[in-house]
Design a protein around this ligand. Structure first.
Ligand code: NDP
Ligand code: F7E
Length: 313
């Protein structure tokens, strides 16, 4: 990428898209095409085709998607499948038609089989059954990976697929039903502390294990891979370190300063027992994460206090 290259970040207001935009701006990139979902509904095939014909971006980061935590994925199954397929189909095909120089598609660690060996190597894709709660989302993401692979094989497009682990950071979604676990914990502990409530209810058994990467680290990896990775195979992005949900809860509880009790609601799903990324391919390419979990939770909590807490209470 040249500093003056025209870069389209789809989903630039989201947690990932905004982190990619920050990173690129810090590195001196200056020519961006940015559209909110109101300005350009990426599910609309014709509008997306027209947008690419008019703007002709050089590089595309595809970070727009219907995203949510375990309950959102399980509840809005049709929307997760349809919207994600539509958004990625429209962008990937238009990028091919208008000869985009390079495109990065963002998938997710949930594309791997539910009971795959750990840590998850890239070659485990499509070797077993998916986890039930997020099967529609995972199927859409797998289709996106295969689109990138197929357009490269048939037409020589430089389209790459990056698989992030669970993410958290500035601009996260703090909705109690639809968010991922880390922002949900931050908000629940904070509100309980502020309101003098003695119990916080968390979901499932607390025994599943998850790996977490801070959004700005993910953005740094995306920019690095855009500049240094052009292979047909997907590549994992994570820390290679995981914790149980119980351990995570105790860490967030301490950082927020909640002194009450945690209650586990077993009527809510656990999801995949474990999904630890094998990040050796990424490390071998020369990139490693810089923000460890405790530090990242502290940063995310500060962002919550600065930008979300006052709006919520
Ligand atoms: N969050 C996580 O833990 C993980 C995320 N990922 C992947 O990273 C990517 C970004 O996720 P994240 O930043 O967390 O998600 P967010 O929900 O924070 O942001 C998603 C963005 O997508 C845009 N968008 C959604 N639907 C449409 C639409 N119909 N038309 C136009 N824009 C749309 C939204 O735009 P607007 O704001 O304008 O409405 C929003 O900015 C996704 O591909 C996701 O699958 C992968 C692994 C983990
Ligand atoms: C990124 C990834 O995100 C999703 O998968 P997930 O990792 O299972 O998602 P999650 O963050 O929502 O939950 C992680 C764990 O945490 C537990 N948990 C406890 N208490 C709360 C709680 O209060 N909220 C939430 N959301 N979870 C909770 C919860 O029961 C589960 O065991 C995918 O759908 C898929 O879309 C995907 O790619």
């Amino acid at each position: 990428m040249e500093k003056h290259s025209k870069i389209y970040i789809a989903g630039h207001r989201g947690m990932v898209g905004s982190a990619i935009l920050r990173k690129l701006q810090n590195e001196g990139y200056e020519n961006f095409v940015l559209k909110t979902s109101k300005e350009l509904d990426l599910r609309d095939q014709q509008k997306v085709a027209e947008f690419f014909e008019v703007e002709k971006p050089d590089y595309v980061f595809l970070a727009a998607a219907k995203v949510g935590g375990i309950v959102a994925n399980n509840t809005y199954r049709a929307d997760f499948l349809y919207e994600n397929l539509a958004i990625q189909n429209n962008i990937i095909h238009s990028a091919f038609v208008t000869k985009v120089k390079k495109l990065m598609f963002l998938g997710s660690s949930c594309i791997y089989p539910k009971l795959a060996p750990q840590p998850l190597k890239e070659e485990y894709l499509l070797t077993g059954l998916l986890e039930q709660t997020n099967e529609p989302y995972a199927i859409a993401k797998i289709a996106g990976i295969k689109m990138c692979e197929a357009y490269r094989a048939q037409y020589g497009c430089d389209f790459i697929s990056v698989m992030p682990t669970n993410l958290y950071g500035p601009n996260d979604n703090y909705d109690l039903q639809n968010s991922h676990v880390l922002p949900a914990m931050i908000r629940k502990f904070y509100e309980a502390k502020e309101n003098g409530v003695e119990q916080v209810v968390l979901w499932g058994s607390g025994s599943p294990m998850r790996e977490f990467l801070y959004a700005d680290d993910l953005a740094a990896a995306c920019v690095y891979l855009m500049e240094n990775y052009s292979e047909p195979e997907l590549i994992n992005v994570g820390t290679g370190i995981d914790v149980t949900i119980k351990e995570l809860a105790n860490t967030v509880k301490d950082i927020v300063g909640f002194e009450g009790e945690i209650v586990w609601d077993s009527s809510k799903p656990d999801g995949t027992p474990r999904k630890l990324m094998d990040v050796s391919k990424l490390n071998d390419k020369g990139w490693r994460h810089t923000i460890e979990l405790k530090e990242g939770i502290g940063l995310a909590y500060q962002d919550f206090l600065d930008n979300h807490a006052k709006l919520r209470l």
